[in-house]
Design a protein around this ligand. Structure first.
Ligand SMILES: [Zn+2]
Length: 450
């Protein structure tokens, strides 16, 4: 069976991920993501109203025109998890394919909300839920099967899809960390990866997320960030002023830890900001978390302002607002608080907890610096980097290669510079550039079996 891989987006950057795998006549697309930094560079861009081609020109979404060079029909569009760099272009591109979107329950719900918010296109693709551990037959040959393997990442319900073909398995490895004690959910299913590496024809190709390949050792577990958070919040338990926390709103495990420790020190947690409400509300509705009954979630500007007024009236010492703005995003809640645009007054000695790390990118670094300066000018004390990454480091990558024993390796989710430490690792394991280690760019085809 002919096997061909189109590396469409996310091979020159972190963002706008998209890869297509053709097995005989059947094509499966993995991820359709948005490169948010390309959007944020421009002021006041409303992507909901924009045409796909303009967004492609901006470098914001994958240039999927290369798909016309791929023979065969798309049978499924498979986003691996709910981060925007993996699902953010579905509302702009999916309607061009007569295929369902197949994803885990939490991811499908986020795709659904995104498609509903789209103003330019009518995206009517079927949305099909498939959980980790389940399989689905692809096409009519009876020889190609899609499987979801549970992985751990900085968002819940993430999977790595595996396309089983007569030539071996194609494992699409974006995005994960190897977590054996995550806060909610099960540990990563390494046993299944080891089985896949050894059954049938083994693994034909492994497409890997190289985000943190240049960092030594292994990525700590989410339970480490949780412990760090607990220790920090306990250390300011006796403070009788304002404590505010911010984190990735899509990081529901982290939000749930902050909620829990806020309760532990006798403060009422309130989630503020549109995306805080969106992700945590969705996770609770689907049964992934069970927040205490009195946790407030407010997304709309008016209800947020009303809540801030209530906090000021009843005393800041009784609350712990969990807000958006960990990267200093200009329109996010914490940035507005720093600018004094909300009724919440930050006073000398108030604590601000950043349960996040600055994404190392000039726009983020600048915005975050500005936001932090504004908070400090009002006397805020900053507790920074209470965080662990969602991506594998060097030893995690080594363990994955060892488990899967892939014949071919394709680095992804980075630029050329970011690929190089992963290339070094692969070469030390006997792979050779141009032979079975394929460093590529956006818009290329790799023919693995002719
Ligand atoms: Zn991700």
């Amino acid at each position: 069976m002919e096997i061909e891989i189109a590396t469409i987006g996310g091979y020159e950057e972190v963002g706008r991920q998209m890869t297509a795998v053709r097995a005989g006549d059947d094509v499966v697309v993995f991820d359709m993501g948005l490169n948010l930094s390309q959007v944020l560079i421009h002021d006041n861009v409303e992507t909901e109203k924009m045409h796909s081609l303009d967004l492609i020109d901006m470098g914001a979404i994958p240039d999927d025109r290369v798909m016309s060079d791929l023979e065969g029909d798309v049978k499924a569009i498979v986003p691996t998890h709910g981060h925007l760099d993996h699902i953010g272009a579905i509302s702009k591109l999916a309607h061009r394919y007569d295929a369902p979107v197949v994803a885990s329950p939490f991811t499908i719900e986020l795709v659904k909300q995104q498609v509903e918010g789209e103003n330019k296109f009518n995206v009517n693709n079927d949305l099909v839920k498939m959980s980790a551990g389940e399989t689905m037959s692809i096409g009519d040959s009876g020889q190609v099967e899609l499987e979801f393997v549970h992985v751990t990442h900085s968002i819940i319900d993430a999977i790595n899809p595996v396309l089983h073909t007569p030539e071996g398995a194609i494992v699409y490895g974006l995005d994960k960390r190897m977590d054996h004690s995550p806060v909610i959910e099960d540990p990563i299913d390494m046993q299944r990866f080891r089985e896949i590496g050894r059954e049938g024809n083994g693994v034909l190709a492994y497409i890997e997320d190289c985000t943190n390949a240049g960092r030594k050792g292994r990525t700590p577990s989410e339970s480490v960030a949780r412990k760090h958070l607990e220790d920090t919040i306990r250390s300011i338990e006796d403070y009788d002023g304002g404590i505010v926390a911010t984190t990735f709103s899509s990081h529901v495990s982290r939000v749930s830890s902050i909620v829990e420790f806020a309760k532990d020190i006798g403060r009422q947690p309130v989630l503020l900001g549109r995306s805080m409400e969106k992700y945590s509300g969705t996770a609770e509705r689907l049964g992934f978390v069970d927040f205490p009954d009195d946790v407030g979630m407010y997304g709309h500007r008016k209800s947020v302002d009303r809540t801030f007024k209530r906090i000021m009236k009843e005393g800041k010492e009784n609350f712990l607002p969990i807000v958006t703005g960990h990267q200093g995003e200009p329109r996010a809640m914490l940035t507005r608080m720093g600018r004094g645009e909300t009724p919440y007054e930050i006073e000398d000695g108030d604590k601000v907890i950043f349960s996040a790390r600055v994404i190392p990118e000039p726009t983020n670094e600048g915005q975050r610096y500005q936001s932090e300066r504004l908070l400090k000018m009002q006397g805020a004390r900053i507790y920074d980097e209470i965080h662990v990454s969602g991506h594998l480091r060097e030893e995690g990558h080594y363990q994955m290669l060892d488990a899967l024993q892939p014949q071919h390796v394709i680095p992804a989710h980075q630029n050329l510079k970011g690929f190089s430490p992963y290339v070094d690792l692969c070469e030390s394991q006997g792979y050779a550039l141009g032979r079975d280690l394929h460093v590529t760019r956006n818009g290329n085809m790799i023919q693995l079996v002719e």
